[in-house]
Design a protein around this ligand. Structure first.
Ligand SMILES: [Zn+2]
Length: 117
């Protein structure tokens, strides 16, 4: 078994598991069950911005860009713990594991063991 030789990092080892472009599913909150794509990662706060998710409405006063004023919807970053990765290989909602291979840390799908870049 190849996997036995690889060091598996535990989840409690704090690590940003998500990357820009990852497909995710929201597990909690008002957008629960929805899927989206990670647009931006905030490593320090362990949050990610997901396109079109966790929107909140903001009233805008009249300005040059919006002469009428009005309401705009702005996406707010979501805590990474509220998201699960959708594996690009097996298409299942999964947890991310880490392995060390040739000195590099790689992400793996815990369901199908595929490497995720
Ligand atoms: Zn998978």
């Amino acid at each position: 078994m190849v996997f036995l030789r690889l060091q598996v990092w535990q989840k409690k080892f704090i690590n940003m598991k998500l990357k820009k472009g990852d497909k995710i599913k929201i597990t909690i909150g008002k957008d629960k069950g929805k899927t989206g794509v990670v647009e931006k990662v905030y490593k320090n706060s362990n949050k990610v911005l997901v396109t079109g998710m966790n929107l909140y409405k903001r009233h805008v006063k009249k300005n040059e860009k919006m002469p009428q004023g009005g309401i705009v919807e702005i996406p707010r970053a979501i805590d990474a713990s509220k998201l699960n990765l959708v594996c690009p290989k097996c298409g299942k909602v999964t947890r991310v594991g880490f392995i060390i291979e040739k000195g590099k840390k790689l992400r793996v799908c815990k369901k199908c063991q595929s490497k995720i870049n």
